[in-house]
Design a protein around this ligand. Structure first.
Ligand code: ACO
Length: 205
């Protein structure tokens, strides 16, 4: 671990990421990188350059991708990882993490989230505010669980899927990669084809 943290992305999601990093109190300095040259500060923190300049900071900073879009976050994260960057995981002090939970690098766990025992969370995931992941879930890489998502026991969510705000998944259900579940969706059976799903119970749109 380094004593500086650089967050790639200074807009909405990046700001929440920075807030969590500051509350963790592990880094002496937290700053942003952003490709919008008009943004010079965010959250009172300095924006020190664009993504082209990230390589200049790899030796002296931990680096975290604070980009909400799953595809873009995956692409930036994978380049960083390949270049040997030190990528932390970030956990809000008010999150509750059970025993035998594994969290991948580049994953952020936001306030009031609960992850119960035996769950595995991949890398580059967003476990957003007040979501719950019950026991023995498997969340693959680059998934976003929006605020207030509730996953029952033994749920699987495949790579890059995005579950919209307030969506709910029943126990033992598996959602394949590349899915979008709309706000308030309820998933009661396996979803085996990538696509956009909405409603209670979900239908593909
Ligand atoms: C901190 C944060 O902000 S994290 C981000 C949280 N944000 C969210 O959770 C947003 C989730 N996004 C949604 O729910 C979106 O509506 C999506 C992604 C599911 C669909 O968006 P689009 O692809 O633009 O679809 P579009 O708006 O054209 O809707 C297609 C159809 O699905 C319906 N639909 C869309 N969303 C929903 C929903 N959540 N529940 C029920 N029906 C829905 C529409 O009414 C429309 O139906 P119709 O064809 O009968 O008219």
């Amino acid at each position: 671990m380094k004593n500086k943290l650089l967050i790639i992305g200074a807009s909405g999601h990046g700001k929440v990421v920075a807030d969590i990093a500051l509350r963790m109190n592990k880094w002496q300095n937290v700053a942003f990188i952003d490709d919008n040259k008009n943004i010079t500060t965010s959250m009172g923190l300095e924006v020190i350059g664009t993504s082209e300049e990230v390589s200049l900071h790899i030796n002296d900073c931990d680096i975290f991708v604070g980009i909400g879009n799953n595809v873009l976050r995956q692409s930036v994260h994978e380049k960083l990882e390949a270049s040997g960057a030190s990528i932390p995981s970030l956990i809000h002090p008010d999150a509750i993490i059970g025993s035998q939970v594994n969290l991948g690098i580049g994953t952020v766990v936001m306030a009031r989230t609960i992850i119960n025992c035996g769950s595995i969370i991949g890398k580059g995931c967003i476990i957003n505010t007040a979501s719950t992941i019950d026991h023995d879930n498997y969340i693959a890489n680059f998934v976003h669980l929006s605020p207030g998502v509730h996953l029952a026991g033994s749920v699987t969510v495949g790579q890059g899927s995005w579950l919209g705000i307030g969506s709910v998944v029943s126990n033992n259900v598996s959602i394949t990669g590349g899915c979008t579940m709309g706000a308030g969706a309820v998933v009661i059976k396996d979803v085996t084809e990538a696509g956009v799903y909405v409603g209670v119970p979900v239908r593909r749109v």
